[in-house]
Design a protein around this ligand. Structure first.
Ligand code: ATP
Ligand code: MG
Length: 420
């Protein structure tokens, strides 16, 4: 072991488990790629102000969880704590919204950073795959994104997850509700921090995890009863489209999410096997965000799914992904001449698309065969001087133990045929 360890709250992805993470990212991205979402990548850091404006000063993310730094040049930067503000910033900067094709649909995959109290499922460096549809107000777009997330989870074999759904209203109806809620909350017996929250972000109080607080919230005015007609109709249509697509959901009138810029549709996916870090993904509509960061009005909707927690969810459900073997063929040379010849064959096989590895480092036969077995390869190719003289290599099926001599120039076609 080296003197150094991964920083607190972080962990490394190493083989063989790292293959699961890659597969999860790919599985989440696949439904997006076939639905018109284009790939976007943004920097790992941005100006602090993008997040303080775009995520909101009053959120935990900005007030407690951001990694900020001052560069040698004096710029105030933050490691990105989430993806939406950056993606919208990049779309505006590239004028994607002016290309005449709204909504602009984008997907991303990357690392995010939050200074959190580390625990199972909660890390300081974590990974998300996300999607944003920018510049359209259409219940079908909200439904599309939710359906794509559900399809991603299902394609991984997950079933113990639930979709929580709510509407947060819009600039027509939310202000009046906010005031009604504040009026109610000010009359409760709450601690200093929570009282402050009533004034800056009262909806968040509904989301308080403490039972003593939840008890007092019985009878609080609910947004559902304050939605304007347009918001109500919009939400009904999202619900109807989900139902038509066979997507189950639970109406959760207390679901408010941590970010200030959410409007109307808001949702979260929770998994039953993850204990208190149960949110595997979440998202919603953010019609006000673009203007908040200096852009034009661009009603938009998006989500981000946590890769780390999705992997934990797979483990909780006992799901083993059907991953292709990293190595299909393992070549074992016996002697110096065979090394050169077999190495050439390894290159040929790889170029033909067969995942092949080689016994490097001049191991003896016994050791090399152990490595072949450990590699997960189905076949070993073994050749010594006598084989070379006869122009063959021994092809051994590591499952059945059966061994056949194959002519040198037939090896590639034979293995392509055998891998079917
Ligand atoms: P939580 O309520 O658990 O803190 P959140 O509301 O902060 O979640 P979002 O900002 O909506 O989470 O991020 C989307 C997803 O990213 C979450 O559902 C979760 O799966 C994942 N995620 C968020 N923070 C972390 C973290 N610190 N470690 C691992 N995954 C995370
Ligand atoms: Mg959080």
């Amino acid at each position: 072991m080296s003197t150094f360890k991964a920083p607190k709250g972080t962990y490394d992805l190493t083989p063989p488990d790292s293959a699961i993470y890659l597969a999860v990212r790919e599985a989440i991205a696949a439904p997006l790629k076939r639905s018109g979402y284009g790939y976007i990548e943004t920097p790992g850091f941005e100006q602090v102000e993008l997040f303080s404006r775009g995520v909101g000063e009053s959120t935990d993310i900005v007030s407690k969880e951001m990694y900020t730094l001052t560069t040698r040049g004096g710029d105030e930067l933050a490691l990105r704590p989430e993806g939406t503000a950056s993606v919208l910033r990049a779309a505006l900067e590239a004028n994607l919204h002016k290309a005449g094709n709204l909504p602009v649909k984008l997907w991303y995959s990357g690392s995010y950073y939050r200074y959190e109290r580390p625990q199972a499922g909660r890390y300081r460096h974590f990974s998300q795959v996300g999607a944003e549809a920018i510049g359209a107000e259409d219940p079908a777009l909200d439904a599309e994104l939710i359906i794509l997330a559900v399809d991603a989870y299902k394609s991984l074999g997950l079933s113990d997850f639930r979709l929580l759904l709510n509407s947060l209203g819009d600039k027509e109806c939310r202000p009046a509700y906010r005031e009604a809620l504040q009026g109610f909350l000010r009359g409760l017996d709450l601690d200093e921090d929570t009282r402050r929250r009533i004034e800056i972000n009262p909806l968040r109080v509904l989301d308080d995890k403490r039972e003593a607080v939840q008890k007092q919230l019985v009878g609080a005015p609910m947004l559902r009863d304050h939605l304007c007609e347009a918001c109500k109709a919009y939400h009904e249509e999202v619900r109807a489209l989900l139902t038509a697509a066979g997507v189950d959901f639970v109406d959760d009138e207390k679901l408010v999410r941590g970010l200030d810029y959410y409007t109307r549709t808001t949702f979260e996916f929770v998994h039953g096997g993850l204990g208190s870090q149960s949110a595997v993904g979440g998202g919603g509509r953010y019609d006000g965000l673009s203007e908040m960061i200096g852009g034009p009005a661009l009603p938009s909707v998006g989500w981000a799914l946590g890769v780390d927690r999705t992997v934990l969810a797979l483990k909780a459900e006992g799901i083993e992904l059907d991953l292709p073997a990293a190595t299909q063929v393992y070549a074992v040379p016996l002697g110096e001449e065979a090394r050169k010849t077999l190495f050439g064959l390894v290159t040929e096989l790889r170029r033909a698309g067969v995942a092949t590895d080689f016994a490097f480092g001049g191991k003896g036969l016994k050791n090399a065969m152990k490595s072949a077995n450990r590699s997960g390869a189905r076949f070993a190719l073994v050749a010594g001087e006598r084989d070379l003289a006869e122009g063959v290599v021994q092809l051994k099926d590591l499952e059945s133990g059966e061994q056949t001599a194959v002519a040198f120039d037939a090896v590639v076609s034979e293995l392509l045929a055998r891998q079917g």
